[in-house]
Design a protein. Structure first.
Length: 255
């Protein structure tokens, strides 16, 4: 029964994932530095990543959380990678483990959170090369057994932004594991200047221009029926702490 319930819960997401050929996975570890050891924590993270995590499939990008209840925490994000590569990239030697324990973990609080996110190429837009800098994180809590309805919502939202703002870059991701924390789906906007945050929100106007006059109220009802809520955060890419270059290559939707 437990296996059946899990299958029923994940089936719509698995169906969407199978439409593409193994979309990339990202393993995100949210860490909190010891308040008296922040400088040592950053130095340890930087040295560790630049020694052990500079290339695929184990390259790491580090982000600093700049808003919300997680402000001041760091996200250690490994990827793009895959489940097929996970055994190899996680098979660390003793030197790696000792370096992590001595220079990173020893300067952080014990509590951390690890999540695994699969990119959803169908609803992402990586139409040009760009470098990571600022990220707007929009996380959605999808209601149980409403994944197919949520997929329909995503189709409509994607069409709006692809039509009205095609040069803007964004990625969409589904949590690979079930949870009760409201972390089922995330839409990530990548932007260069903070002024982007102050631009007028034209989504309602754009939605009706794309889908027809009077359609936005129905869209809101569909969102309410399929989700429990959402929350947002701002992340800042820390190239000085990362093993990655921060460069993101363009790719077509569906790849």
């Amino acid at each position: 029964m437990k296996r059946l319930l899990l299958t029923l819960t994940l089936a719509p997401i698995l169906i969407m994932a199978q439409q593409t050929n193994q979309p990339p996975i990202f393993m995100n570890v949210m860490m909190t530095p010891h308040p008296e050891k922040i400088e040592a924590f950053e130095a340890g993270v930087a040295a560790h990543n630049k020694k052990y995590h500079t290339s695929d499939p184990g390259q790491v990008s580090v982000f600093w959380v700049a808003s919300g209840e997680n402000s001041g925490k760091y996200v250690w994000s490994m990827g793009p990678t895959s489940w097929a590569a996970m055994d190899d990239v996680s098979n660390y030697d003793d030197a790696h483990t000792q370096d992590w324990n001595t220079n990173v973990a020893a300067n952080a609080l014990a509590k951390m959170e690890t999540t695994y996110w699969k990119n959803d190429p169908k609803h992402s837009n990586f139409s040009r090369d760009f470098n990571l800098k600022n990220l707007s994180i929009f996380m959605v809590d999808v209601k149980r057994f409403k994944q197919m309805e949520f997929a329909s919502i995503l189709d409509r939202v994607y069409k709006v932004f692809k039509t009205k703002d095609p040069d803007h870059q964004w990625g969409t991701y589904f949590n690979e594991l079930p949870n009760m924390d409201g972390q089922d789906f995330v839409w990530v906007d990548f932007f260069e200047k903070s002024a982007w945050m102050g631009e007028e929100d034209k989504f309602m106007q754009w939605y009706e221009e794309v889908h027809g006059a009077g359609t936005f109220s129905g869209f809101l009802k569909d969102v309410e029926a399929a989700t429990n809520g959402d929350r947002g955060e701002l992340w800042i890419y820390r190239g000085d702490l990362s093993g990655s270059s921060g460069e993101v290559k363009s790719r077509s939707s569906g790849q």
